[in-house]
Design a protein around this ligand. Structure first.
Ligand SMILES: [Zn+2]
Length: 155
């Protein structure tokens, strides 16, 4: 029997199968769900804990998604808003995989281009494409650079 993982185990409880996203920057839990495409109308069973005390980062948010193992390209998007997040894949109440998030090189269909004239904002069925650069996100269609409030641009 493993030691429970600190206080948060008590706060949100354990799940049988699914994904636990831990060490989310405090206040970003709902944005993490948004970036994952999880909304009130999808059918995942979620537990969310916000502003949990954590020795490492002060306060953090935790999201548990039951019955779904998130894919790497899904979780890597989280790195944009929660670079310290850790992903735990749970099977039969045990952590079978634990990984950090890596900032992806490119984002397709995740962020809306702020340039109204961008081809990705027209009625054309074109998904937005951004490359992740040091200063922010660079639109591959119109060269627009998003340098702040990335969350506000998530589709
Ligand atoms: Zn653009």
């Amino acid at each position: 029997m493993k030691k429970p993982e600190g206080k948060h185990a008590l706060i949100v409880g354990r799940i049988r199968e699914g994904t636990v996203i831990d060490h989310i920057t405090a206040g970003e839990a709902l944005n993490v769900l948004k970036i994952l495409g999880i909304t009130g109308t999808t059918d995942e069973c979620l537990s969310i804990a916000t502003n949990v005390s954590s020795g490492k980062v002060g306060k953090k948010d935790i999201v548990k998604v039951e019955g779904r193992e998130l894919r790497k390209e899904e979780v890597d998007r989280i790195a944009l808003i929660a670079p310290r997040a850790t992903i735990n894949i749970i099977r039969d109440y045990e952590v079978v995989e634990k990984k950090g998030v890596e900032i992806p090189r490119s984002l397709v269909g995740v962020v809306r281009c702020p340039n109204p004239g961008c081809i990705s904002n027209t009625s054309e069925p074109i998904e937005s494409r951004f490359e992740v650069v040091e200063r922010g996100l660079h639109c591959l269609y119109c060269d627009w650079l998003i340098t702040k409030d990335i969350t506000g641009h998530i589709i």
